[in-house]
Design a protein around this ligand. Structure first.
Ligand SMILES: [Zn+2]
Length: 133
């Protein structure tokens, strides 16, 4: 019997479905797919914690965009940023020293020309070796 490894994306998606998804501010669709979140697997746990903390505070689950930009985690919500901003801020800070690829400790650095990413040394080596081949 072949054992399928549980990957972070699948786990995240299952969790997202289990909470009934989020609501897309633009078209009111329900977000159930991992692909909505334009971040690496290493940040999914941070995004998950952020969502859980927001919901605990009564967040309406309406989201505009979640992505990585210039090596920062961006989590845009439509309403009440004054109430939820602190939670989002904390997640951004956490992401700023978490490798976006593997979730270990990392730092924001230039992975190649014009591309900043929070990455650990191990993932950076792997990435650069791959590109050299
Ligand atoms: Zn890494």
């Amino acid at each position: 019997m072949k054992i399928v490894p549980r990957n972070k994306s699948t786990e995240f998606e299952q969790w997202l479905c289990s909470i009934g998804g989020l609501i897309n501010e633009y078209d009111n669709s329900i977000i159930m797919k991992r692909s909505y979140f334009s971040v690496g697997d290493g940040w999914l746990q941070i995004v998950k914690e952020c969502i859980e903390n927001l919901i605990k505070e009564g967040w309406d689950k309406r989201v505009e965009q979640v992505k990585e930009k210039f090596g920062d985690l961006r989590f845009y919500i439509a309403n009440n940023y004054a109430i939820y901003g602190d939670i989002i801020q904390k997640s951004m800070i956490k992401a700023s020293n978490t490798c976006e690829l593997c979730g270990k400790h990392g730092r924001n650095q230039l992975v190649r020309k014009m591309l900043l990413q929070v990455i650990c040394e191990e993932c950076l080596d792997k990435k650069q070796n791959k590109e050299e081949q």
